[in-house]
Design a protein around this ligand. Structure first.
Ligand SMILES: N[C@@H](CCC(=O)N[C@@H](CS)C(=O)NCC(=O)O)C(=O)O
Length: 209
């Protein structure tokens, strides 16, 4: 498999963690978002949305959107499941993933922030916008996850796959995580876990020196 990825893209980071947790090999094909490579003709011909990640399967088929890619991995490679078995438990885990994937991350994506700037907002206002949505979303996540272990138990799963990259973004945007002790516990556990270590933006082929 080949993963179109950018080292510090939150959604690419999610997919890298899922691949690593399942022990799947892939080749990273970096797309430099800072240089605008996602809007180049070659990449748009593959992924008309012009975003990363995208996963090219052995068959040549290209999958887009991290939730769809991660669900595909879960279904095609059921080893190291990312979801529990019981339907209610699965819905709880997916609920936390959706807070992050639908209600936090899209509001601070590069193109959304650029749109705010184009509408005349200055950097202080843009930072206030980012801080508002990340803090509000993480406050809800803090209440929904468990009291020990990863988000929902002793082993990492889908909620952790979404949470850890979101925390990386939160740190980049200087969001104070002091008020979220459960989230900080999960972050500390992930730091020690080889799959999260391997997927980290600091250790990608396109990570700047
Ligand atoms: N919902 C999509 C979001 C993808 C996305 O927004 N990717 C960002 C990087 S994290 C991107 O490619 N941004 C480039 C741009 O907005 O031009 C997913 O989860 O895959």
């Amino acid at each position: 498999m080949e993963l179109f990825t950018y080292y510090r893209s939150t959604s690419s980071y999610r997919v890298r963690i899922a691949l690593a947790l399942k022990g799947l090999d892939y080749q990273a094909l970096p797309v430099n978002l800072l240089k605008g490579e996602q809007r180049g003709a070659d990449y748009l011909a593959l992924n008309p949305q012009g975003r990363v990640p995208a996963l090219r399967l052995e068959s040549g088929e290209l999958l887009v959107q991290s939730p769809a890619i991660i669900e595909y991995l879960e279904e095609a490679f059921p080893q190291t499941p990312l979801l529990p078995r019981a339907p209610e438990a699965r819905a709880r885990v997916r609920g936390v993933a959706a807070i992050i994937g639908c209600d936090i991350h899209p509001l601070h994506n590069v193109s959304v922030l650029n749109q705010l700037r184009q509408l005349g907002h200055d950097e202080a206002q843009v930072n206030q916008w980012i801080g508002h949505w990340i803090s509000q979303g993480l406050a809800a996540v803090e209440q929904l996850i468990g009291d020990e272990g990863f988000c929902f138990g002793a082993t990492p799963g889908l909620a952790d796959v979404y949470l850890i990259p979101q925390l990386y973004a939160a740190e980049r945007f200087n969001i104070d995580l002091g008020g979220y002790p459960r989230i900080r516990r999960v972050a500390a556990l992930a730091e020690q876990h080889p799959a999260f270590h391997q997927a980290h933006p600091a250790r990608q082929p396109d990570t700047p020196d």
